[in-house]
Design a protein around this ligand. Structure first.
Ligand code: GLP
Length: 254
């Protein structure tokens, strides 16, 4: 596990953009896993800038998003489809046929999830998976209590997650209570996971994830078992860590 601590969210975003850009320069047909939420927004802005100003080419990449709300059509402003097109895909040269985002309106969710897993497999697996973390330690929408071996499936969200995510919805608008999410096992299969966290609100989840016992009650603890987890934090998110990871490389990248 490589943990890097930065001064602020801007610097995390700079570093994350460097990692993703490097990955795409080294392997233009990389399979990338993308995440939603406010944390990766700075990263996406920088990727757009690298495309516009430095010609970073996205045309050969394949992408898989982590999750999507059940019941929201792709056009819904709070759907993760909408989020990804608005904040990234519309502004870079993606090949639309290689963009995969779980379909929240699927009428056969189980078949859809199996199909999604198969697409990841057929693409050769995910090279680099970007992750945020929920304040309750969730990864994607793998809530506390998720199986650490789980695959893509439907999950019911906790009250806390529904409350946390309500800030993105209009006042009074119903926040979905279910989502389709890659499983913890699906995420673990990625060659590298790049987890970003910033702010005091994430400090306890980061402490639990990096230093607590591995448990399905905090799905993010599974990063401790990943062959190469790269963690980017700001000082606030790192504030509850006991072990001084700063600048330390615990293990070399395979
Ligand atoms: C949602 C997403 C997660 C994300 C989390 C944190 O629950 N499903 O993938 O990590 O939000 O969001 P934020 O980055 O806004 O704190």
């Amino acid at each position: 596990m490589l943990v890097e601590v930065f001064a602020d969210h801007e610097s995390i975003s700079d570093r994350a953009a460097e990692v993703v850009t490097e990955q795409l320069r080294r392997k233009p047909d990389s399979v990338l896993g993308f995440a939603t939420g406010s944390t990766p927004l700075g990263l996406y802005k920088r990727l757009i800038r690298n495309h516009e100003e430095r010609g970073l080419d996205f045309s050969k990449m394949t992408t898989f998003n982590l999750d999507e709300y059940v019941g929201l059509p792709p056009t819904h402003p709070q759907s993760y489809h909408h989020f990804m097109w608005e904040n990234l895909f519309n502004h870079i040269n993606v090949n639309e046929s290689r963009v995969y985002i779980p379909h929240g309106m699927s009428d056969d969710v189980d078949s859809f999830c199996a199909w999604y897993e198969k697409q990841i497999e057929d693409a050769g697996g995910i090279d680099l998976q970007i992750l945020g973390i929920g304040a309750n330690g969730h990864l994607a929408f793998n809530e506390p209590g998720s199986s650490l071996g789980s695959r893509t499936r439907i999950k019911t969200l906790t009250e806390k997650t529904v409350r946390d995510n309500a800030r993105f919805f209009e006042e009074g608008e119903a926040v979905p209570h279910q989502a389709i999410t890659m499983g913890v096992g699906t995420i673990m299969d990625a060659e590298t996971v790049l987890l970003l966290a910033s702010g005091e609100r994430k400090a306890q989840a980061i402490r639990d994830a990096l230093e607590g016992p591995v448990t399905g009650m905090c799905p993010a603890t599974v990063v401790q078992m990943h062959r190469f987890a790269h963690i980017l934090l700001d000082g606030e998110a790192a504030s509850k860590l006991e072990y001084r990871h700063h600048g330390g490389i615990a293990e070399p990248k395979p």
